[in-house]
Design a protein. Structure first.
Length: 124
């Protein structure tokens, strides 16, 4: 955040606009969570492919083995995970926005010439 504050106001505004454009939609994430959440599709959408794949695999394995006792436990576990995700989605989106902000800030700082950076440090 400190590096972000060293940018000019115009650069900060541009970065915030890019974050608004590039960030995942909270509404879309919750729609995917509600309708396809048992399969972990919302996690794929939010960039959590590994846990999304695990959730999808566990859900499918639970459905396939439902008549065997283990399938019921898998589905219960996925259901609990699905319910917990309702509280985790905002944090996932905030983390993604923070990652975008850090990347764009680093790019903006890299574009600044070393002379500009040194003169700004001297003025402070």
């Amino acid at each position: 955040m400190v590096m972000f504050m060293t940018l000019s106001t115009n650069e900060q505004i541009l970065i915030e606009q890019r974050i608004s454009n590039d960030a995942k939609s909270m509404f879309a994430a919750y729609l995917l969570w509600f309708f396809l959440g048992g399969f972990g599709i919302h996690r794929f959408y939010l960039g959590r492919g590994g846990s999304g794949a695990l959730m999808c695999f566990m859900c499918i394995a639970g459905i396939v083995t439902y008549l065997v006792v283990i399938g019921i436990f898998l589905l219960i576990f996925v259901g609990i995970w699905w319910l917990i995700d309702i509280f985790l989605i905002p944090g996932m989106i905030s983390k993604q926005k923070g990652d975008i902000r850090a990347r764009l800030t680093a790019e903006a700082l890299a574009r600044q010439s070393p002379i500009e950076t040194r003169s700004e440090d001297i003025v402070r």
